[in-house]
Design a protein around this ligand. Sequence first.
Ligand code: ADP
Ligand code: MG
Length: 249
Amino acid sequence: MSVERLVKRYGQALVLDHVSLSVAEREVVALIGPSGSGKSTLVRCIHQLVPIEGGAVYVHGELQGFERTDGGLRALGHRAIAAQRQRIGMVFQQFNLFPHMSVLRNVMEGPVQVLGESPEQARAYAEQLLDRVGLLAKKNAYPRQLSGGQQQRVAIARALAMRPQAMLFDEPTSALDPELVGEVLAVVRDLAKQGMTMIIVTHEINFAREVADRIVFMEAGRIVEQGPARETLAAPKTERLRTFLSRGE
Ligand code: ADP
Ligand code: MG
């Protein structure tokens, strides 16, 4: 997936200033940067949760949100956009599970309602995914009966149930008590090992160093520095990244 010269404004504020970023298949990118630098906005634009003012987003080479016509670009309709969005899974800081559904139903719902899978097929795959995130034993529980870390693992299983080609994580552990962070990161680490293409917005620098192929550092709506994870974190080239890392923001 990639973005080219992406521009996003909120009112007068230029929140993404011609951002270009290309993520290869099976690559894991950790997106870091100070609060307000545009990290969430970037992943939201990729997932078409917010409209863009300029530039382009591509997933598997396919332009997102628009079609090319003789006269230029024309916005796609809701259905076409929904179909494109399904190909990417997104996990947010807040888990947003359906509170009135069991864990199993939460994971089955999208495949049955949206992908048209049979309940049997959806259930079998949901159980497989819940096993993978270590929560098969909780399949009949309701979200309120789970810890935050468990809810976030269900949210990851739910996203995976849609068989996404890539995953976006927006600070998946920052709403969690410290002791619950590790179990969620373990699931993300496992996904990385299995070759899932991912952009992970995170403040967990140690995790980023270990799991990401590449670090992308944003500030004020721009990518200020990027490079291989270990080298970039060990020896930042810009003063700004050096300062950011030394502050432990
Ligand atoms: P980050 O995730 O790096 O903390 P965000 O992408 O959330 O940064 O925000 C980037 C900038 O855009 C900030 O200045 C923020 O205040 C602004 N912003 C984000 N979302 C909105 C919105 N819905 N309306 C207005 N401004 C917003
Ligand atoms: Mg954010």
